[in-house]
Design a protein around this ligand. Sequence first.
Ligand SMILES: C[S@@+](CC[C@H](N)C(=O)[O-])C[C@H]1O[C@@H](n2cnc3c(N)ncnc32)[C@H](O)[C@@H]1O
Length: 266
Amino acid sequence: MLEERENRSPTWQRFAEGHRRLTPPLSPSAGDVETARRAIAEAGPRVVLFGMTPALAGLGEDLTAFDHSQDVIDTVWPGDGAARRAVLADWLSLGEEVGRFDAALGDGALNSVGAALPEMMGVVARLLRPGGVAALRVFAAPEEPETPDDIRRDVLGGWTGNLHALRWRLGMALAADRPGRVLPVREIVAAFDALFPDRETLAAATGWSRSEIDAVDLTRDADYALAFPPVSTFADLARRHFAEVRVVEAGGYPLAARCPTLLLRR
Ligand SMILES: C[S@@+](CC[C@H](N)C(=O)[O-])C[C@H]1O[C@@H](n2cnc3c(N)ncnc32)[C@H](O)[C@@H]1O
């Protein structure tokens, strides 16, 4: 059981508040959901979902979603029913669930555990029965890192992304020289402030509204770190635990090429 202080973390409270406004690349597109649906279609009824991603909550006949934030469960989860339920738990301590599931789903879950990414890959595998499958969308840095200045020039020069895609591009660039490619999220906001001190100039160059741009402030005090490795690292980690590893990309939204789904079979 989680302590009250852990499951009421202000960071995830703020994530819950902002969740309604999430769009791809931060939430999955219809194409990403279809990729996941197809991947697990033949696996069996028992599905584990890491996080509360509403677009994935309707998949599977018997889905259990785990999240460590009661606020996210209360705000984001579309509600328990005959085919699904939300459970408050830390993914890294799901020790007794070994082999209980036919399929696993997650949207950015592997990035969300920061330095525990290698351990998390093992958790996903352990929860699945032999032959079970996982469909996990990831945020994967380019193999050749960008610099924050490259990104600034591109964005002010007419790049047609969105605010979330910009945040992730910055996160990937800043994480490139960190151990394990792990970056405290608040550093993304600090870099954003330094690169784009005048939000009106950014709004004029991109066509983004001030309310879209100001959403960057929701993660100003975030107290967690994200892992942003390249897709080759995700695939190498997956091969330690899974017999089959494939990477597919749905496309059709800003930064989609860096948001592929890992399709894994134990
Ligand atoms: C899976 S990610 C990304 C969310 C996603 N892209 C979406 O569309 O909702 C964020 C979620 O993971 C949860 N989370 C992060 N680390 C966790 C952990 N170690 N155990 C359980 N939940 C965790 C957070 O509370 C948050 O709800």
